[in-house]
Design a protein around this ligand. Sequence first.
Ligand code: HDE
Length: 725
Amino acid sequence: MTPRNRAAANRRPKAGDGPNGKQMQLAGFTQEGTAQLTTNQGLHIPDNHNSLKAGVRGPTLLEDFILREKITHFDHERIPERAVHARGSAAHGYFEVYKSMSQFTCADFLQDPAQKTPVFVRFSTVAGERGSADTVRDVRGFAVKFYTREGNYDLVGNNVPVFFIQDAMKFPDLIHAVKPEPHHAMPQAASAHDTFWDFASLMPETTHMLMWAMSDRAIPRSYRMMEGFGVHTFRFVNARGESHFVKFHWKPKLGVHGLAWDEAQKIAGKDADFHRRDLWDAIENGDFPVWELGVQMIPQDKEHSLGFDLLDPTKLIPEELVPVQKIGRLVLDRNPDNFFAETEQVAFHPGHVVPGIDFSNDPLLQGRLFSYTDTQISRLGGANFHELPINKAVCPFHNFQRDGMHRQTIARGQVAYEPNTLATGAEYRVDGESGGFQSYPEAIDAPKVRRRSASFDDHFTQARLFFNSQSTAEKEHIVAAFRFELSKLEVPAIRQRMVDNLAHVDEKLARRVAEPLGIGAPDAKAAAGRPGFRDHRIASAIEESPVLRMVDTGDGSIKTRKIAILVADGVDSASLKPIRDALESAGAVCKVVGPRLGTVASASKRQIDVDATFANMPSVMFDAVLLPAGKDGATAMAQNGDAVHFVLEAFKHCKAICAVGEGVQLLSTLGVTADSDAPVGVVVAPTPVTNLGDTTAATDIATAFIAAIAKHRHWDRPGVDAVPA
Ligand code: HDE
C-alpha cells in the first residue's frame, strides 16, 4: 500500500470517494455522493441484508425481485478470459514524438512534438490463466493503444523481438502445447512440461525464441524494466506514398533487468501480484515509467539487403546493421479506475492502424490480422466491443454498421446503407475517395501456394548470435534454465531431441545442458536428419550484438529500487538514518523490516516504525538490504532464523547488501567479517562506525551502497550456489 492509499484507508470514507480519494460515481452511490442503494432500474433499496421471506424463519419468496436481480447479475459477472495473455496489468499515459517523422510517415500522431497522444498500455504473461502468478518464466505482452486523432492505433507487441513460429498456421499448435496439458490441466503458467518441449524440439524454427525465453528476459524484475518490440516488420508510408519497412522498439529508461530464477519462483508464492503491484505502486508514488520509441527503418528498395528475410518473424534486425532511431517517448502516469472495465475489457488488434502505418507480408502478422477481432467477439460478447469506453476512438466515427448484442449507439434516421440519397437528399457515395487510409499498393503477381519461402530456412544463425552476445553470467542462466525446464520432462527422448537441436546453436551449450539430464551426448547429426530442420545459413557479418545483453542497461540510477532496512530492538538509529536519507534522495523506496509490526526501540530508546516483518515481506520483495549497526539489534537478528534467512537469500540472489558496524554479524555465516575482503556487491562499513553522526563516513558508505544497487545484481558473485537459502 502506498502512503497515499494508507492515509486514505485510515480516514473515515465519505460516500462517493474513489479508490484514489477522488470523487467518482460508484455502483450503488448516486452521482451527488449520497449513499442511496438502488436496483439497476434506480429503485431505492432500503435493506441490503435480508431477503424477502414468509416469516422471519420462513422460506425466501420467489417474488423477491431485488434478491433475484442481485444474484442474477452476480451469476453473470465473469466473461471468458483471453485465449492467450489472460493475465495482465495496465495503465494510462501519453506518447509524444521528438520531432516530425513526416519524411517517413504521414501518421498524424508522429508529426508534432507539441502533441500528446493518450495511450493505454497492457502488459501480460502469455500462457498463464487470469489468476496465475506474475513472475513465471514466460514471454511478456506489451500492447499499446494510441488514441490518435485519426483513430485508434494498436502496437501489440512482446518483450522479445522474435517469435516461436514463422507462420500463423502453427499458432494454435504452439499454444496448445504450452498451455496446461489437456488431460489433467497441469502445469499452470509454465513451459516446463512434456507437450511444450515435444512441440519445440520438433519445430527447430522455435530455437531462436527459445534462447530468449530461457534468458532472464522471461523473468523480468518489473514491467517497467522490460523492452518492448513490435516483432513483425511493419511499413511506414509518407504523404508521397513512399514506403519504408519498420521495426518498432520500446526502450525502458530504467534499463532491462531480470530476477534470479529461484527468486521468481518464490515470489510467485509470496506475492502472485508482484508485477501488478510494482506497476501500480510506482504510478501511485509518482514514479511514472518511461520508454522511448525506437524505429529501425529500411527503404522499400532495400528489402533484400539484410542477408535474411525481413518477413521472417524469427529474425531480428541487428542494431549494428540498422541502427535504432529514438523518435518519441511513452509515459505511464495514471492507474486504471476499474480493472474489469479497462484492463480486462480492452481489446487490442494489430490491424488497428492509422494512415501512414501499414503491414508487411510477414505470414505470422497476416494471420494475426484475422484473429483479434474474431476472439474479441466471443470474449466481449458480440460485435460492439468498440463502443466500450476503453476501446472507443476519441475521434468521431460513423458508418452504417447496425445493431448486435450490447449496442450503445442510437443511430437515427431511415438510412443504414451506402450509397444513398435519402439521408440528406443529395447522393452520398464513398467509392474511391482520396485521403484516409490507403493500403500501400504493393505489386503482387504470384501463384497461390501453401509453402514457406526458402529465405526462411535458417533456424540457427540468430539463435547463435543471441547466445554469443550474452555476458558470462547471462549464458550461465540460460544453461540453468534449459536444464531446469528439460529436467521436468517425463520423456527422455524429448530432452535428447532438444539438446541435439541446441548443438546447432553452440556445442558447449548443448553439452552443458545435457550433463545433468541423464541422457546421451548431444547429437547434431541426428537433429539435422529430422523433418523440419533447416540450417541454410544466412550470410551474416554480425557475430555479436552487445545490445542483446541485459547487463549494464539503464540510466544507472536506483530510482524506485526497494531497499529493506533490517531492524530489531537495540538497532543503532544514528547509523540508519543518514544512509536511509541518502537512499531516498537517490529515489529508492526504503522499508523498515523487523521481527514484528509496530515499533522497535533503538539503542538510544527511540521508537522506530516497522513497515513489515521478516516473514511477511521476505528478501525476494527487495532489491537490496541494509543492515544497520547496534550491538543488541544485530545480536537479536543473528539469533532470528527469519532474519538470517533474509540475508542469506538476498546474498544468494546476488543483491547489494550494506552492513554497518555490528550489522556485519548477520553476514558471519557467509564468512564475511569487518576485516575480510567483502564479496562483490557487499559494502561493509569499517568498525567501529556505530554512530554515523559523522556525515562524511555516512556519505561514503551510502555512495558505495548506491553504486552497488545501481548494478541491479552482482551475478558474478562467487559461491552463491553453496548458500543454503
Ligand atoms: Fe497475439 N493474440 N497472436 N501475438 N497477442 C492475442 O487476442 C494471435 C502474437 C499479443 O493485452 C489474442 O484479444 C495469433 C505475436 C499480445 O489484450 C488472440 C498469433 C505477438 C496480446 C491472439 C499471435 C502477439 C495478444 C488473445 C499468431 C507479439 C495481448 C486475446 C498468428 C508481436 C493483448 C486477444 C492484450 C493476444 C492471436 C502471435 C502479442 C487469440 C493468431 C507474434 C501482447 O487473438
